[in-house]
Structures are given as structure tokens and as C-alpha cells.
Ligand binder design. Structure first.
Ligand code: SAM
Length: 304
């Protein structure tokens, strides 16, 4: 049985940046640096570590797991872009989208770019990665992060994704989209506060976020060559997660959900068990939601 950890008791996750190094090399470096490697985790409980022990994650091959207080911000491997400090749950969207090298991709709400750099690593820097963000400052931070990570296949634009024209010939080969829009952030353990703020204000805020998220989703599905789209939030609210996805599927009957990782311990709430959820209690991560949509291969009603 897994205890319910507070934010500062969650394991620390480190994603190995395969554009610059390999898991093996990072493990060797850390062993020489005084950490003790325990191999690959086989159960979730293994991820509760002490001191300088570390493991390979049981779900994500490029992820290493450390004890809660481990800090890599001043570490050489971080400064050199060999590792990215990214919560396990937030590694799921790019991992599940898994765009092949050479493909054209959109990262619709991309800054500060952790998922963009992960996408580039999965694509081995081959193909085109169009990344948009409305916030210029966050986009500047993102440029630095991508430079450090050795990403070269990106094209950044300080642009409102909702105003990007799906019929622009530039995007005619875009088959994959990652959509990680602004959300309430209610899954971030450090942001959770139990002093219930003004309930009415909170409801209005959630409704406005959900309507923005649905507009982004509907807009993304208009790109003509789109095959797969991954939608994610760091929210625990059904209103920003299952409800947005259910409304979108109803409005876009040409798309359906892909059932995700059978071995993952936490599912989307009814009626969307194909989706994944993450939480401190069940997955030892921040709160998170992921859905993968795909276009039907057969156009409807073509039975002969
Ligand atoms: N995917 C990012 C990562 O992994 O580092 C985090 C993205 S964050 C959850 C959401 C981002 O959406 C913010 O940087 C925000 O500025 C951006 N954003 C909000 N509205 C937008 C819009 N209409 N078009 C493009 N970006 C938008």
C-alpha cells in the first residue's frame, strides 16, 4: 500500500536527454558521483527511496528516480543538458504520442518546453517541430532550454495557437499534435491549498479554462493530415479533463480515444477509462491527465 505523500515527499524524477547522452552513461556518471544504482524498479513501491539511492522507472525507459530531496539544479549533467528535471506524469504525453523521426509535429502551447525537448528526442531531431506560445517571456526561457538540450528541429513562434491557420501549406504534413494548454494547475502539489477560496469565483475560472481548452482541442483537430493528438493538463478537475475530451469527441465524430498503458495504475474517470490520470496517492507524481485521440482509419459508413 502506497502512502499519500506531500509534494516535498514525492520522488524526484530525472529524464535522460537522449539527444546528448544515454541512460547508461548517466547511470555510470552518477555512480562515480556517489549515488547507488538499484537497477530497474519492478513495483510502484520501489520508487520510495532514501538518501543517494536511485532506480530506473518501471514505466518510462528514459526516466531515473531519486529520493525526494535530491536536487540537481547545480549539477553538471543538468547544466550541460544531459538531464531534464521533469515530473514523471509530465513525461507521459510525448512518450504516448511517440512521433516517428522525420514527422511533422505541432506543440500548440509549448513554453517552457520540457515536452517539446522530449518530442525532439523521440524524433531524434529529425523532422519539423512547430512550437507556439502566447507568452513571449516564457518562449524566451524555452529557447534557452532547447539550446541547452541540443534541440535543432524546432520552429518557435510567439503566436496564439487559436489563430494558427490549419490550411496554411506549411502545416500540410502535420500528423501529430501535442496540446498541453493552460489549466488550473490544481494537480501541482505545491499549489494545492485547502482553504477553499471563493467557490463561485473558482467555478467561473474553471468554466472559462474548460471552454478555452475545448476551443484549442477543436482547433487542433482541423489540421488536415492530423493522425494523433495527445491532450494533457496538470489539473485534477473532471471539468478540464474528461468533460473537455468527451465534449470534443461528441463534436468530432471522426476521432476516437486510444486506450493507454494497460499497466498504468490510475485511469480516466468514467466514462473515459481509456485515458490516464496521475496523482500523489496512486502514481507518486503530481496530479495529471492524459488523453490520446486518433483519426478513424476508415471514413464512416463505407461498409459494402
Ligand atoms: N507544454 C509546456 C511544457 O511542457 O513545458 C507547458 C505548457 S503550459 C501548461 C501552457 C502554456 O500555454 C503557457 O506557456 C501559456 O503561455 C500558453 N498559452 C496559453 N494560451 C495560449 C494560446 N492561445 N496559444 C498558445 N499558447 C498559449
Amino acid at each position: 500500500s502506497v502512502k499519500h505523500p506531500a509534494g516535498d515527499q514525492l520522488p524526484r524524477y530525472v529524464r535522460v536527454n537522449t539527444l546528448k547522452t544515454t541512460v547508461e552513461d548517466v547511470v555510470d556518471y552518477l555512480k562515480r558521483d556517489g549515488f547507488s544504482y538499484l537497477g530497474k524498479a519492478s513495483r510502484l513501491e520501489d520508487l520510495s527511496l532514501k538518501d543517494r539511492y536511485f532506480l530506473s522507472d518501471l514505466h518510462l525507459p528514459e526516466l531515473l528516480v531519486f529520493s525526494p530531496k535530491t536536487d540537481f539544479h547545480d549539477h553538471f549533467l543538468y547544466k550541460a543538458g544531459h538531464i531534464v528535471l521533469q515530473d514523471k506524469a509530465s513525461c507521459l504525453p510525448a512518450h504516448l504520442l511517440s512521433p516517428p523521426p522525420g514527422s511533422h509535429i505541432i506543440d500548440a502551447c509549448a513554453a517552457p518546453g520540457n515536452k517539446t525537448s522530449q518530442l525532439a528526442a523521440i524524433m531524434k531531431n529529425k523532422g519539423r517541430l512547430f512550437a507556439f506560445d502566447l507568452d513571449g517571456k516564457r518562449l524566451a526561457t524555452m529557447s534557452t532550454l532547447l539550446l541547452r538540450a541540443g534541440v535543432t528541429c524546432q520552429q518557435l513562434a510567439n503566436q496564439d495557437f487559436l489563430k494558427v491557420d490549419p490550411d496554411n501549406p506549411q502545416y500540410k504534413d502535420v500528423e501529430y499534435i501535442l496540446l498541453d494548454p493552460s489549466c488550473s494547475g490544481s494537480g501541482m502539489v505545491c499549489l494545492q491549498d485547502n482553504t477553499s477560496a471563493d467557490q463561485e469565483k473558482e467555478q467561473a475560472r474553471l468554466a472559462s479554462l474548460a471552454s478555452f481548452q475545448l476551443r484549442c482541442l477543436n482547433h487542433a483537430l482541423r489540421f488536415p493530415s492530423l493522425k494523433r493528438l495527445v491532450y494533457s493538463t496538470c489539473s485534477i478537475h473532471k471539468q478540464e479533463n474528461e468533460e473537455v475530451v468527451a465534449a470534443c469527441l461528441q463534436q468530432n465524430p471522426g476521432f476516437r480515444l486510444v486506450p493507454l498503458l494497460a499497466e498504468w495504475p490510475e485511469r480516466g474517470l468514467e466514462p473515459l477509462p481509456q485515458c490516464l490520470r496521475a496523482s500523489t496517492a496512486k502514481t507518486l507524481t503530481h496530479g495529471f491527465f492524459v488523453a490520446l485521440l486518433e483519426k478513424h482509419s476508415e471514413p464512416g459508413n463505407t461498409k459494402q
